[in-house]
Write a protein that binds this ligand. Sequence first.
Ligand SMILES: Nc1nc2c(c(=O)[nH]1)N[C@H]1C(S)=C(S)[C@@H](COP(=O)(O)O)O[C@H]1N2
Ligand SMILES: [Mo]
Length: 160
Amino acid sequence: MSQSLAAAGTAAVAPAEVVLAGDLARPARITVADLPAWPQHAAEVSFECSASGIRHHRFTGPLLYDVLAAAEPAFDAARRKDRLRFLIAVTGADGHHALLSWAETDPDFGRAPVLLAATIDETPLDRAGPQLVLPQDRCGARYISGITAIRVDGGYPAWT
Ligand SMILES: Nc1nc2c(c(=O)[nH]1)N[C@H]1C(S)=C(S)[C@@H](COP(=O)(O)O)O[C@H]1N2
Ligand SMILES: [Mo]
C-alpha cells in the first residue's frame, strides 16, 4: 500500500474528536477512549421522535457535568450565582445542535443526569463520537449523536 493510501486508511478509522472550548481554564480535545476516566453511569431511556415514534436505548458514559467541570469553566465556584449565566452549546457532526444551561446539569440546581455517552446499546461510539443523553427529555431531539464540539459560554446575558 502506498503511503497516501495508508494515511487515508488511518483517517477512515480515526476516533472522532470532541473539542471542549469556550470559557474554560482547561480547554481540551477528547475522544470516546478518554471517557472511562470519569465515574460511569448507565441510562435506559425511551424518547419520542416526531418522525419515527418511540425509541428505546441503553447508554453508558460519564456525566456531562463531570467532563465539563474538569475543563474548569471560568466561574467563581464559591459563588453559586456566578454559574447562572453559563450556557453549554453541543454540536453534532451534521450541524445539529442544542443549548443547555449550566444550571440545568449542576448538582446545586437542576441536577439533570445528562450523560456524554460512550456506548449505545452496548456498541462503542469511538468512531461516531459520543452522544448526548437526557433521560428526562420526552422528545429525542436533544439526544445529539456524533458530537464534535461542546462550547461553554459565560457571556450571557450579553447586555450586562
Ligand atoms: N447529530 C444528530 N443527532 C440527532 C439528530 C440529528 O439530526 N443529528 N436528531 C435527533 C432526533 S430529532 C431524534 S428523535 C433522535 C433519534 O434517535 P434514534 O436515531 O436513536 O432514533 O436523535 C437526535 N439526535
Ligand atoms: Mo426526532
